[in-house]
Design a protein around this ligand. Sequence first.
Ligand SMILES: [Zn+2]
Length: 334
Amino acid sequence: MRRIVSARVADRTTADDLVQETLVRVLAATARVEPGMLEPYAIVTARNVVASMWQERDRHRRNQHRVVDLRAPEDPGTDLLAREERTAIARALERLSERERQTLLAHEVSGQDTRSLAAELGTTAGAVAAQLNRTRARLRVEYLLALERTEPPTDRCRPVLLALSSGDRRRQREVDAGRHLLECDPCARLSEPLMGRGQQRDDLTRIPIHRDGDIVAARQGARDLATRLRFSRTDLTVISTAVSEVARNIVRFAGAGEIVVELLEAPRRGIRVTARDTGPGIPDLEQALTDGYSTYHGLGLGLPGARRLMDEFAIVSEAGRGTTVTMTKWRQEG
Ligand SMILES: [Zn+2]
């Protein structure tokens, strides 16, 4: 991965970050990737991570233009994006069979449960659930294709993409997905959103942070998850306080970012909070972590407070690229 990234990115620190990011994504997908595919997947993920960094920078520049050119109110980028997404969803739905579409919509939109659907279709609830999963996997594939406005170049692409999307390892082996990813650029590009971000985890919450109200949402999200591990009431308060401190830090100094809260089960139970922003970065970390040093003018405990409250605390900041805080609270067993 390092070799792939270094070949494309000259700056050493940026390359390190991208390798880390690749590792995180690959590790997150391991459970859904058949072993023989791990290496090809790591390779294409490294390429994707590098490519998305350039796109991100590029989009940033384009959007700045867009705001000026259109002189639109609020945030024209968001609106355009929403419209593109709606069109892509409509197109993806069209690609499903009538039966697939109706079952999916009855379940997701009208809220009909699998048991009553099974009764209507003359089958079992388990079979309906399995069909729904396959349909969702197909929908994800068609959605991404529609969003990219591409038709896959070969007949093998759709079966491969489907096997990735459904996380079906046996099927991935059958269609030799690993090899295809190395040979087919469009599929390599789509593999990551299909397996990485498209995945819904119920032991993880992601909260975008833009304004003060989001601090509360982050706090609640963390508390809700932590409650499931049966942390003590004191610890719940400690965790949600630490989360609101890092969230406040994002709102005050970066303007935008996100907080990811995840449960850790093995080898030890705990909760991990990752706060990322794309702000200006913190020039002097040591000073920022010094007690009593407060740029909030007396508001809150700041980063030193968050560090004190949690069991583990790490911070990485880079001028112009942003700051990432990772902190963990372990559950006291017994
Ligand atoms: Zn392909």
